[in-house]
Write a protein that binds this ligand. Structure first.
Ligand SMILES: NC(=O)c1ccc[n+]([C@@H]2O[C@H](COP(=O)([O-])OP(=O)(O)OC[C@H]3O[C@@H](n4cnc5c(N)ncnc54)[C@H](O)[C@@H]3O)[C@@H](O)[C@H]2O)c1
Length: 406
């Protein structure tokens, strides 16, 4: 299929070659590589380069891609750097060799600022996986840089594409819950995530920054509210005892103010030490309680349970990122993880025609500027953890002294 007439196929640089890109170390193919393969099949993407830190990672990715192409019937091929040995700056070589319209940054949190800064300097539209950055000061610098350079910067907040969350948004928009009083979020993942998959960088982040940020962004998207203050406590021991110095679990409370002036509170109960034997990688729930109603969304158990001889029972979530038969029975990659990435690619393909400017996307995408509230929550929670649970004002950055962010 060819790209739509009002879009030009884009050249994409993917930075990172880990779990989220290609499912490294796991079954399956990740989310970014299959999304890119689908966009390539549809004519939205022309060429793809992957910049990793080691040639061995590129080789593993190529193995995944070969199997993925066979499964999906796609014909994506990738250029990869570094070509030999290791080089954490290999993305610079890629940028100097080719002309890229778009980049997707899928690397550990602490690298996002430097990589995004470099891409913006090079005039490349970028999609950065969450969290944008751990601090508001860094995020504000990226916002200024992207806006002054005319670059579209977006964060891969895929929960904005989940129909269960869009249902909640429609309830709030239509006022059916009355005035929001509080939101309760519970989100956890298996021990294998910090212990095995992210072992090399788990101690440089925390479970709020990793999981909580998703729902911090969602609550801003849901209500237009800005965070006012936050408090958080956490527990350490299981991971620290295994040489990974980070919180096992964090409980946080955030107070928000809506554009109407209504204040509500969100609670977050988070961990990444669920047993590896639990029935899904992610256990996630959100409840919204308003003056006129409540809505409870179990975002783990969506009605599917799978029991197979000789295997543990599992609770699949095919709505996020999965290969399912299309209308003709042939396998297609889809889900809200896919739609989030495809939206960015379509946006860049439209920007390339000149019929759209990055400013046109400001009010309707998870742009860098739209990520400031979630970044402020991440930073305030981190600060409160250091202060053993004191309430901490949410930093506003220098962009919006008194008004509010879009
Ligand atoms: N795994 C998920 O489901 C998921 C979902 C959404 C977002 N994310 C986010 O994606 C990011 C990466 O997660 P992951 O699961 O892929 O982790 P990972 O540890 O499996 O992969 C990270 C990759 O980044 C590479 N890298 C580090 N510095 C680099 C550099 N300078 N240049 C090129 N590559 C570099 C590493 O070599 C590694 O291949 C994190 O911020 C995470 O929060 C992950």
């Amino acid at each position: 299929m060819m790209a739509a007439l009002d879009m030009d196929a884009v050249n994409v640089l993917v930075i990172g070659a880990g779990v989220y890109v290609c499912g490294r170390g796991m079954e399956g193919y990740g989310t970014v590589l299959p999304a890119v393969a689908e966009c390539h099949r549809d004519g939205l993407i022309d060429r793809v380069t992957v910049a990793a830190t080691a040639a061995s990672s590129v080789r593993i990715l190529r193995g995944k891609l070969e199997a993925l192409n066979e499964r999906l019937g796609t014909r994506l091929s990738v250029d990869g750097v570094p070509r030999a040995g290791t080089d954490p700056q290999a993305y610079r070589e890629a940028l100097s060799r080719g002309r890229f319209d778009a980049a997707i940054v899928v690397t550990p949190d602490a690298t996002h600022f430097d990589l995004a800064s470099h891409l913006i300097d090079a005039g490349v539209h970028c999609l950065v996986v969450k969290p944008l950055t751990p601090t508001v000061a860094e995020a504000v610098r990226l916002v200024h840089a992207a806006e002054s350079k005319g670059v579209h910067g977006a964060v891969e907040f895929h929960k904005r594409w989940d129909e269960a969350n869009l249902f909640l948004k429609s309830l709030v928009r239509d006022g059916r819950l009355g005035q929001l009083r509080y939101a309760a979020v519970a989100f956890s993942q298996k021990k294998m995530v910090p212990q095995t998959l992210f072992k090399s960088w788990a101690a440089q982040t925390n479970v709020f920054q990793y999981l909580g940020v998703h729902y911090a962004d969602f609550l801003h998207f849901l209500t237009g509210a800005l965070p006012v203050r936050a408090m958080a406590v956490g527990q350490k021991g299981w991971l620290a005892g295994r040489g990974i110095d980070t919180w096992d679990s964090i409980q946080a409370m955030v107070e928000w103010e809506e554009p109407s002036g209504n204040r509500f509170v969100s609670t977050f109960a988070l961990n990444w030490i669920d047993p590896d034997s639990t029935t899904a990688m992610s256990d996630q729930k959100i409840s919204l309680i308003g003056s006129a109603g409540r809505c409870d969304s179990d975002q783990k158990n969506r009605g599917l349970e799978l029991a197979l001889d000789g295997q543990p029972v599992s609770v699949p979530n095919p709505y996020f990122s999965s290969i399912l038969p299309g209308p003709d029975g042939a396998p297609r990659f889809g889900g809200y993880g896919y739609r989030s990435i495809r939206q960015f690619i379509e946006d860049v393909a439209t920007l390339k025609t000149g019929r759209l400017r990055p400013a046109d996307l400001a009010a309707c995408r998870p742009t860098f500027r739209a990520a400031l509230p979630s970044t402020a929550v991440v930073e305030a929670v981190h600060h409160s953890l250091e202060l053993q649970g004191e309430w901490v004002p949410a930093p506003r950055g220098d962009l919006e002294p008194a008004g509010r962010m879009k």
